[in-house]
Design a binder for this molecule. Structure first.
Ligand SMILES: [Zn+2]
Ligand SMILES: [Zn+2]
Length: 353
């Protein structure tokens, strides 16, 4: 049996605004309009027929996730894992859970893994989902087995993605088979991660990273990381970034996290985070900076938006090939020639080692 990661959708909340075109998303192609979502699939072959699939877990489920699943393997996943509670990451959760409620065994509930604040946000948005879901809490830095899939576990690492995304995390999935482990990292949406030195060492085991690439250039008020913190003209004046850092002391953001999740593990994580990071000096605010710390060899850019690059930097929005080319050059310029970059569309598949 092999393990695959499939992109079910690569878009942000609003891939193409009504009345416009976007070079990255073809408005005539339904799958281009899907929110960022993934399936991690254990299967005997790449056909993903009902007979071949042994298990599937879905990471985030927003717009078009369920139509995409229907069009493809058309089965209910063993579990749903969530990075944060925004609509474009949770909207499909109800459809998946009700699918099990109406067609599964009596009282069968969809296993859902998320942090406590994310689960609270899901319940506020979709209150009736409570009866259709079996919730398992993810805690910072703690490896939690995905019980439905022997050998699979998930570790959540806190990230900052703005005040409206309480408890947001990146998820490291580990699959252990025949005593060899494979790792893949899904960042979800983030402006920056709350990571400690040791966490970077753990994350660097990942074979591939699927990372938020909403912006090419820094615009932190968007609550999204950018690909680079360099200015387009290579000057060093990070106007928006420096101003944002001044207005948002890291300690205040950490206290907010602790308010939302007063759990002991959470406190321990953020205590050691604060010991290492009294200011923003060593915290990555770009994909380039994040990769310099983790050296994950395969980068998949998702959740592309581009409007802030136009609005604040007068740079154009790119199509997927152009984005891939630009990002590859950027990494090469920073001495990361061995890292491959892609901007995958729905259906894109990699095999885990
Ligand atoms: Zn999103
Ligand atoms: Zn989000």
């Amino acid at each position: 049996m092999n393990t695959y990661v499939r992109v079910n959708g690569c878009g942000n909340a609003w891939p193409v605004f009504l009345g416009t075109e976007h070079p990255f998303y073809n408005r005539m192609v339904a799958d281009d309009l899907g929110s960022t979502s993934y399936s991690v699939i254990g299967s005997r072959n790449k056909d993903f027929s009902i007979q071949a699939i042994e298990w599937e877990v879905v990471v985030d489920a927003g717009h078009n996730t369920v139509p995409f699943l229907l069009k493809n393997e058309n089965r209910i996943p063993e579990a749903l894992l969530l990075t944060h509670g925004h609509l474009d990451h949770i909207l499909g959760a109800d459809w998946i859970a009700q699918s099990l409620g109406f067609t599964g065994q009596q009282n069968e509930k969809l296993p859902l893994y998320a942090t406590a604040p994310v689960w609270q946000q899901v319940l506020q948005t979709i209150p009736h989902i409570e009866n259709a879901v079996a919730f398992t809490e993810l805690k910072p830095g703690i490896k939690i087995p995905v019980k439905q899939v022997p050998g699979l576990s998930v570790t959540a690492f806190p990230v900052y993605h703005g005040d409206s995304a309480r408890g947001a995390v990146m998820l490291l999935l580990e699959y252990l088979q025949n005593e060899s482990a494979s790792f893949v990292l899904f960042t979800g949406d983030l402006l920056f991660p709350f990571l400690r030195k040791n966490d970077y060492a753990i994350l660097s085991k990942a074979q591939a990273i699927y990372i938020d690439c909403s912006n090419r250039f820094s615009f932190p008020s968007s609550n999204h990381i950018s690909f680079t913190t360099e200015m387009p003209d290579k000057s060093t004046n990070h106007k928006y970034l420096e101003e944002w850092k001044r207005q948002h002391p890291v300690e205040r953001l950490v206290n907010m996290q602790l308010q939302d999740n007063p759990d002991e593990n959470c406190r321990m994580h953020f205590d050691s985070f604060m010991q290492e990071n009294r200011n923003y000096e060593n915290i990555p605010f770009s994909v380039v900076e994040f990769l310099a710390k983790t050296r994950i060899p395969q980068v998949q850019l998702v959740h592309y938006f581009g409007y802030h690059d136009v609005q604040y930097y007068r740079q154009e929005m790119l199509g997927s090939r152009a984005l891939q080319h630009w990002a590859t050059t950027m990494l090469q310029n920073h001495g990361m020639k061995q890292i491959t970059v892609a901007a995958p569309k729905a259906g894109h598949l990699i095999k885990l080692k």
